[in-house]
Design a protein around this ligand. Structure first.
Ligand code: ADP
Ligand code: GLC
Length: 490
């Protein structure tokens, strides 16, 4: 039986991306199709999405608009792929330049509750045959933006008088990051058109406010998150963001499925954004990529200086304040640091200051630059991901593929994907990077020293790098796990 599944999200690589979510929504439905599923995607019609999709044509008018003058569903596809994508056309809501969630002052738009309620409600309409030609049996909603999907479906089932437990479609809610909860003042609940008893501790209410994330966690049939370790961590007070009790209560419905890598986008043997191609068997191109990176960023042209790279959102989550503190350790030992990122002003300023102090050894590019991201991963010897918490993390997976050994804090998906270069792991040929346990300066410093020590043993370095590059984090395995989950639900 072919399973019809609709993915609901707010980002899609390469059309609109603020982080790893976009990489996932581009690759997972495609991987599901490859495994025989009938997968489609639903997105808000943000300007770059509306401009980027091919063959867009109208499917249905949406009766409820949540305050937008009009709203409709269109169907198109991602250029160069066969993935069908539904798009909500509501220009008053979505056709705004820049970030999909924040205005030019980096403040969340005042009508975000309505903008993303429309997304959830439109998904429920697709289940109820808004498109006469296709309706999903499974809806997988990603992050708080799509958190109301299961709530609207539950409400619709009740309206139709379906017995408790029966539903119009089965739902999966996927947590990519529990730190973003989609919280709004309680008064906004009246704008959602949900039954009034849904505003309850057993529902969408969260400490007196309205939470889209909680709606997803509460009403979905299954909850997934993007690594097995994060699935455990979010059930603890320390990392549950106030939702740990709910998550513990649903632990039988909660599963961690690791993200994958789209090796058609991230492969040093074919990557069009890097100075020279290379692969585990032919590594000379990597040195060319390193030299090119040093030249581009005006660093000292030193073959033997280990280059530490960072490609990241500059937020509290990513732990880069700790790395900034450890910078003298890298520089004094003759290493170099390259940072590409954008975000918190204090981190932007901190790294910029460091680059000014050590122009030969530290380079910083503020902004979002997909091509430079590839060049950094290819040209670096080490990619640092010292996150405080990390649901999955994709950067360390890309780093493995490019033979840039990941240096990571042992949390979330980082713990599940990188094996520390301890003596015993080296001896057993298992090591793929550097892992530190405690989020403390001395623990990070020790990992950096371990990286320098291994770098000095070039034979061991090369072996570890080869092993890292041979890791297979392709999407096929993850897609199979999602399919098994869908089958269980059906
Ligand atoms: P998160 O989703 O929390 O930001 P991930 O590691 O899952 O973390 O995914 C980050 C994605 O965003 C990767 O594809 C990474 O290459 C990309 N990325 C992050 N910052 C930048 C940037 N400044 N420029 C280009 N790409 C970036
Ligand atoms: C979130 C997480 C990141 C994860 C990504 C894709 O942005 O912060 O760890 O890899 O989503 O699932």
């Amino acid at each position: 039986m072919t399973i019809r599944v609709l993915h609901v999200a707010s980002e899609l690589y390469p059309l609109l991306k603020t982080g790893g979510l976009a990489d996932v929504t581009a690759a997972l439905p495609a991987a599901l199709i490859e495994q025989g599923a009938d997968a489609r995607l639903l997105l808000p019609g943000f300007a770059s999405i509306a401009q980027g999709l091919a063959d867009l044509h109208p499917v249905a008018r949406l009766e409820r608009t949540f305050g937008a003058p009009q709203a409709s569903l269109e169907l198109g596809r991602v250029p160069g792929s066969d993935l069908p994508v539904y798009m909500i056309r509501a220009d008053a809501f979505y056709s705004r330049p820049g970030n999909p969630y924040l205005d030019a002052e980096h403040v969340p738009y005042g009508d975000n509750a309505q903008r993303f309620a429309l997304l959830g409600w439109a998904a429920a309409q697709l289940v109820q045959h808004a498109d006469p030609a296709w309706a999903p049996q499974i809806v997988q909603a990603h992050d708080w933006h799509a958190g109301l999907v299961p709530a609207y479906l539950r409400a619709a089932a009740r309206e139709r008088g379906l017995p408790h437990g029966r539903s119009l479609a089965r739902t999966v809610f996927t947590v990519h990051n529990l730190a973003y909860q989609g919280i709004f003042p309680a008064q906004q609940f009246a704008n959602l058109g949900l039954p009034s008893d849904f505003f309850d501790m057993h529902g969408v209410e969260f400490y007196g406010q309205l939470s889209f994330l909680k709606a997803g966690l509460y009403y979905a049939d299954k909850i997934t998150t993007v690594s097995p370790t994060y699935a455990r961590e979010i059930q603890t007070v320390a990392q549950g963001g106030g939702l740990e009790a709910l998550l513990r209560g649903r632990s039988h419905d909660l599963v961690g499925i690791l993200n994958g890598v789209d090796y058609t986008v991230w492969n040093p043997a074919t990557d069009g954004s890097i100075a020279m191609h290379y692969s585990a068997g032919h590594m000379s191109g990597k040195l060319r990529c390193k030299t090119a990176l040093q030249a581009r960023l005006k660093l000292a042209q030193k073959h033997d200086a280990p280059v530490f790279g960072v490609v990241s959102r500059l937020t509290e989550q990513k732990g880069l304040d700790l790395l900034l503190g450890a910078l003298p350790e890298i520089v004094s030992r003759g290493g170099q640091l390259v940072v590409l990122g954008t975000g918190d002003a204090s981190l932007e300023q901190g790294f910029t200051r460091a680059a000014r102090q050590h122009p030969d050894a530290v380079a910083v590019e503020l902004g979002f630059d997909e091509t430079l991201a590839h060049a950094i991963v290819a040209g670096s010897d080490v990619i640092a991901v010292p996150s405080r918490f990390e649901p999955c993390g994709l950067t360390q997976l890309y780093a493995l593929a490019y033979g840039a050994l990941p240096l990571v804090h042992r949390v979330g998906g980082l713990a599940d994907t990188v094996v520390d270069a301890s003596l015993e792991n080296l001896a057993d040929g298992l090591a793929t990077g550097f892992v530190f346990e405690r989020f403390e300066p001395d623990a990070l410093t020790a990992a950096i020293r371990r990286a320098f020590a291994l770098y000095a043993r070039s034979h061991d370095w090369r072996d570890t790098r080869t092993h890292a590059m041979q890791q297979d984090f392709g999407w096929a395995a993850s897609a199979q796990r999602y399919l098994a989950l869908y089958r269980e639900l059906l």
